[in-house]
Design a binder for this molecule. Sequence first.
Ligand SMILES: C[S@@+](CC[C@H](N)C(=O)[O-])C[C@H]1O[C@@H](n2cnc3c(N)ncnc32)[C@H](O)[C@@H]1O
Length: 257
Amino acid sequence: MTGTLINSGQTASQVDHSEYSSSHSPNEVFFCPEESHFYSQCLEKMVFSRCTQADRVIEFGSGDGSPVIHSLLRTQFKGTVYGYELNSTACQVAQSRIRQYQLGRHYIVRNQCFFEGWQQTDAKCLISNPPYLPAPDNDLYMPSLHGGSDGAVLTRKLLSLGCDQVLSLISAYSNPVETIEHALAQGYQIVDFMIAPLQFGYYSSEAKVKQTIQTLRAARKAFYSSNIYLLAGVLFKQKSYGDIDISKELVQVMTAF
Ligand SMILES: C[S@@+](CC[C@H](N)C(=O)[O-])C[C@H]1O[C@@H](n2cnc3c(N)ncnc32)[C@H](O)[C@@H]1O
């Protein structure tokens, strides 16, 4: 199904996230259950339910591994996900959870920069909940969540690698329109998306981030209300005759506030 608005009548923060827990500080390991859960739902519906047995998938920024693990447990996906995570503590947590759920044949997470390792895997599909905090520099609660001055620098880089298919989260306060335009210029079309309304949380409420978001809004590069912003899970595919491009619809939704 295309263009699903999930959680209507209920913000993502009101959903039960008891399966996502952490014994680490949020400055040490990324911790936002609402967002990780939404990413997991996007993976389940738009990637793992549609893949074939032989598929290889690469992941930028696995975090503690819980979104992929959660969606693998809910689907029949029999391929392999190769995850890359810079943060050694997060990577250790991910590896321990993979062992706990006996998913070692289907999910391998390496403590390595994604850009150093991704080509070794020969994967056609890239998945990510990438760092998307806009700020002038990475002196933040968690520097590795910095997405460049408009929040979308890493996302655009991921959309420039030439993978056949990319599932990425895109935030409405991180220059969504230019990100979508960049994807189209790279030969992608948008074939599906899901939307979640999120409240500003621990990372996005940091003063430096909030100020940058306000500046971006004045330039029509950030869209949000006083209560929420929209987060989209977007499935990009290289153009083919069979698919319909719904990028215009996504832009309309993302710029609604
Ligand atoms: C927004 S978090 C998402 C974590 C997890 N996928 C989730 O949704 O819960 C982004 C993650 O990307 C990691 N990261 C940032 N730059 C990276 C890089 N160059 N290579 C690999 N991981 C990176 C960060 O450490 C962080 O854990």
